[in-house]
Design a binder for this molecule. Sequence first.
Ligand SMILES: Cc1cc2nc3c(=O)[nH]c(=O)nc-3n(C[C@H](O)[C@H](O)[C@H](O)COP(=O)(O)O)c2cc1C
Length: 249
Amino acid sequence: MPSLDDPAHSHNAPSVADISPNEPDHLIAACAFSETERAAVYRAIETRRDVRDQFRSDPLPEDLVRRLLEAAHHAPSVGFMQPWNFILVRQAETRDRVWQAFNQANEEAALMFDGGRRAQYQRLKLEGIRKAPLSICITCDTQRGGPVVLGRTHNPATDVYSTVCAVQNLWLAARAEGVGVGWVSIFHEDAIKAILNIPEHVKIVAWLCVGYVDELYDMPELAVKGWRDRLPLDELIFQEGWQTDGKER
Ligand SMILES: Cc1cc2nc3c(=O)[nH]c(=O)nc-3n(C[C@H](O)[C@H](O)[C@H](O)COP(=O)(O)O)c2cc1C
């Protein structure tokens, strides 16, 4: 067997047999968090909000933005594909162009609802693109890791699922930092790709408006504004298989 020091071998990943029994196994203790730590995790999850209008205008410090991106980059991903990129957009002119794309799509969206529901839709604020000092466009590179990615072999959408995990990590970390995040998805993807020079094989997963907030709604803004309520969890939990006895949604 070639030695790991052998230059002819050194560019290859070691086989299982190559790994010496003295190598650290990287397993560490996995005890539950302390009560205070657990409470902090659940607090971040339960009080995270989608923010559209409560943004302060002061810029976020670079080290804080870096922590948010590190949190995103620690997300799980199919086959450890890490398909994400984070495009930071601070320039007002670029954000204005993205807002124009949003505005056009939002007018189209309003027409998809009828009567009173349309009027209610038109009263909703559904973005903070120009108000938040930072936007982060989170993308999914469908080609990262080559044509065959472990775990993605039978469901190509898992690359996008992975990127969504990164978004959620960032969103929760931001809540802990006193930073608000608003996800904007109302635009034609090609319009934003053209503004940011994003290549064909890269998908836009999220446009995030990011900025400090002093106040947050204590429930989803869409519930506050009477658009839709949180569903009862018990109606969504099935045992052992899909249930149709009055619980289907
Ligand atoms: C994939 C996705 C896309 C979304 N797109 C928008 C959007 O375009 N505009 C908006 O105002 N909110 C958007 N949201 C935020 C949701 O409206 C919000 O998460 C939901 O109403 C629950 O509120 P909460 O996040 O404050 O708990 C989006 C959320 C997700 C997960």
